[in-house]
Design a protein around this ligand. Structure first.
Ligand SMILES: O=C(O)CCC(=O)C(=O)O
Length: 282
């Protein structure tokens, strides 16, 4: 696929206002990017995986214990990783990851050659869905890739608001480098570490309806809160980096989670161990 498109050819390219918001705040939102019908297809597949109705490798499913007052109250699935390249008869996730509605703006930011990283589908169930502490995704990516900006897309499958645990960001925080991240004491959310010095009072809740997408610079400090509502708060997250990114430590490449080819060229000697297609579950 020749994806070396011109800006005019990219139907979903960045608007000047979005570029300013990206540079100034490190994020922007678009509404009505995906229809309910299109998101329902993904939601059904992910629900079936979460409920054990479709086989899916355990190592791509993340569970968390909800700990309150030192006691485990419940265990719950909270995320499924890389549905896009694990074949459970669901090429729809692969198509979504490569959808120009998501990737055209990423091309405007990163250039024409894109890889996809660590997709995750957050399944935040009513009452027990857990929040994530303040963090920068770039802190995690720096362990694997030497690259500048990376771009996250966060697609709301359900309406996301303060009650069911929407995303919060600290506007402009992408300009101040990557902070140290430390394990949380008595954490409910075992998987993520907390960025030092991030303050709740600087955060803005990004409440968005289903079908909207947030694009954010992965150096932006962000978090989410627990789901206190009786509704789900599901989101599909796809990250993009330039295919010119180098491995930080080639010996530590995570073969279970290689980057995914998205569009354009790949480069020998860079992050070139790339997944092109779905891996069948045997
Ligand atoms: O969707 C959420 O609740 C938080 C997701 C998040 O912070 C992340 O994926 O980095």
């Amino acid at each position: 696929m020749d994806t070396n498109t011109t800006s005019a050819e990219r139907k979903f390219r960045l608007t000047p206002e979005e570029r300013s918001a990206w540079e100034e705040n490190g994020y922007f939102v678009r509404y009505d990017v995906f229809t309910k019908e299109k998101n329902d297809i993904l939601a059904q597949i992910a629900d079936d995986i979460a409920l054990g109705k479709r086989s899916f490798p355990d190592y791509h499913i993340f569970q968390n214990a909800l700990v309150r007052d030192g006691k485990i109250e419940a265990h719950g699935i909270h995320a499924m990783h890389n549905i896009q390249y694990v074949s459970c008869n669901c090429p729809e996730f692969l198509a979504r990851t490569r959808d120009p509605r998501l990737t055209d703006p990423a091309v405007d930011i990163l250039g024409p050659d894109l890889l996809g990283l660590n997709n995750l589908y957050i399944w935040k169930p009513p009452k027990i869905g857990l929040g994530f502490p303040w963090h920068q995704d770039k802190w995690y990516f720096n362990h694997q890739y030497k690259t500048g900006t990376t771009v996250a897309t966060w697609t709301a499958i359900d309406d996301a608001d303060k009650e069911n645990g929407c995303l919060y960001v600290i506007p402009g925080s992408h300009k101040h480098g990557v902070r140290e991240h430390k394990a949380l004491e008595g954490s409910q959310q075992g998987e993520f570490k907390q960025a030092e010095g991030a303050r709740d009072e600087d955060g803005v809740a990004v409440e968005i309806p289903a079908g909207a997408v947030i694009w954010f610079n992965s150096q932006v400090l962000h978090k989410s809160t627990d789901n206190h509502s009786n509704r789900f708060r599901r989101a599909n997250i796809a990250h993009y980096i330039s295919a010119k990114a180098e491995w930080t430590r080639p010996e530590a490449i995570n073969k279970k989670r290689p980057p995914m080819w998205i569009r354009g060229e790949t480069y020998a000697g860079m992050a070139d161990e790339v997944q092109h297609d779905v891996i069948p579950i045997l």
